[in-house]
Design a protein around this ligand. Structure first.
Ligand code: ZN
Length: 99
């Protein structure tokens, strides 16, 4: 799975700036209906609360699906530990999601 539309999202996040860029990129694709929002995983805020690129909380944990190829996309970051995060492609959602 994965197509040219969603492939560009896959990335490693190493700084707050990269996290806000990843959030903006995903927010734009959601707005253009290239992505569907699946929900927030444990300790993550709903994406609509963080999509302006601030007030993330300690964990960013949101799941999306590509509307074209149905790839599951996971945006994850630990913001306090400075460990960064990633936008990863998953085969399935194992977490319980909140919309
Ligand atoms: Zn895709």
């Amino acid at each position: 799975m994965s197509c040219t539309q969603c492939m560009v999202l896959k990335q490693t996040i190493r700084s707050p700036r990269q996290l806000s860029l990843a959030i903006f990129q995903i927010a734009r694709q959601l707005k253009d209906n290239h992505l569907l929002y699946l929900g927030a995983g444990p300790w993550g805020k709903p994406f609509e609360k963080i999509c302006e690129g601030k007030n993330w909380g300690e964990y960013v944990n949101n799941y999306f699906e590509c509307s074209h190829c149905h790839q599951i996309i996971h945006l994850y970051a630990e913001t306090t530990s400075g460990q960064g995060g990633q936008v990863a492609f998953l085969l399935e959602v194992k977490a319980t999601l909140l919309k």
